[in-house]
Design a protein around this ligand. Structure first.
Ligand SMILES: Nc1ncnc2c1ncn2[C@@H]1O[C@H](COP(=O)(O)OP(=O)(O)OP(=O)(O)O)[C@@H](O)[C@H]1O
Length: 322
């Protein structure tokens, strides 16, 4: 005849720290173990090892293992723009890296079906996405940021055929992946106000949205439309970011403003949303991005611009958490 004691004694010493309780009754051993912080496969292994060890005890006909996982309070931030090519992906990557540098556990979801670029920007383009059953396993970048991209789910050039339900399913696969202890998911949305944006807002209710624009009037009109969409979906606007502001000529040192000047800050004021900061138009940002070395990761001239905006976002997230 077995007892709670026999079952407890059978638990391997290296696992006993995780076991919260072990009970035996009528041939059934019930183990409750803490799997907090373990990934999916490590948790499955813990379960198997406990079943094997306790199942070998005389009189035990059945082993029931209940694993408790930490409930990670994960926040979602959407990064959007009204218009393509204004630097939304560049900002997403660098905000994620800057926040990871500040100790936040960050993941990036690249939901831009038309121009997925996060694996390239985070230097993970050569890594194959893994899955356990239906669950995707995010790729770890060298900057402490995990990433999953629509580009890993669709064949290049096929995005145009993707509509409503397919988009929703693909987005859900990315959002519901095994993000482990990730506290913050930053979602790089496609430009404009289409299916991906609507699904994102309705299904995943981000804690806030960051909207990127160049200082140009045309871009600002589109940014205003994106802000409207977020507001209608009751997603608060964290703020507007101005990208591709003043260009410093590396040859002569003169500053020029190809896309205008200060327009985004003025628009933010007019729309009653915070202005989070500005990033200059700089060759180094483009080159570093193209080579999978986000400027925010290294001690670069432009790192502080992204760090400043990330600090504004961290502040917002702290307040949103309450
Ligand atoms: N501040 C900047 N200075 C120089 N180049 C920049 C800057 N911001 C973005 N770029 C470059 O501009 C191009 C477009 O940027 P990015 O892909 O981030 O824009 P996007 O808004 O995400 O575009 P898409 O519409 O494809 O989603 C990229 O080549 C990027 O490296």
């Amino acid at each position: 005849m077995s007892s709670d004691k026999d079952v407890t004694a059978a638990i391997p010493p290296e696992l006993s720290g995780m076991v919260k309780s072990a009970k035996f009754r009528d041939g059934v051993a019930t183990i409750i173990a803490d799997a907090g912080g373990l990934g999916r496969s490590a948790a499955a292994q813990l379960q198997r090892e406990l079943e094997e060890a306790v199942g070998a005890v005389e009189g035990v006909d059945e082993v029931r293992v209940a694993l408790m996982a930490d409930k990670v309070q994960r926040q979602i931030i959407a990064v959007g723009s009204g218009k393509g090519g204004v630097g939304k992906s560049t900002l997403t990557t660098n905000l994620a890296v800057a926040l990871a540098n500040q100790g936040v556990k960050v993941g990036v979801v690249d939901a831009d079906i038309y121009g997925p670029s996060q694996p390239l920007l985070l230097g993970t383009a050569n890594e194959k996405v893994r899955a356990e059953g239906q669950t995707l396993i995010p790729t770890e970048s060298e900057f402490g940021v995990k990433v999953l991209s629509m580009g890993q789910l669709i064949e290049p050039g096929k995005a145009i055929a993707w509509r409503g339900p397919m988009v929703g399913q693909a987005l859900a696969q990315l959002m519901d992946a095994d993000w482990g202890d990730t506290e913050l998911l930053i979602v790089d949305l496609p430009p404009g106000t289409g299916d991906v944006q609507l699904t994102m807002l309705q299904k995943f209710k981000p804690a806030g949205a960051v909207v990127v624009s160049t200082p140009q009037d045309l871009a600002l009109i589109d940014a205003t439309r994106a802000i409207d969409l977020f507001k209608q979906a009751q997603v608060p606007i964290v703020g507007l970011v101005e990208n591709m502001a003043g260009y410093l000529c590396p040859e002569c040192g003169a500053i020029s403003n190809p896309f205008g000047q200060g327009g985004t800050e003025a628009a933010a004021q007019a729309l009653g949303v915070p202005f989070l900061g500005r990033i200059p138009l700089a060759m180094e940002i483009r080159v570093a991005s193209d080579t999978g070395q986000p400027p925010a990761a290294n001690d670069t001239e432009h790192g502080p611009h992204f760090a400043g905006i990330a600090a504004g976002l961290a502040d917002y997230l702290g307040k949103a958490k309450g």
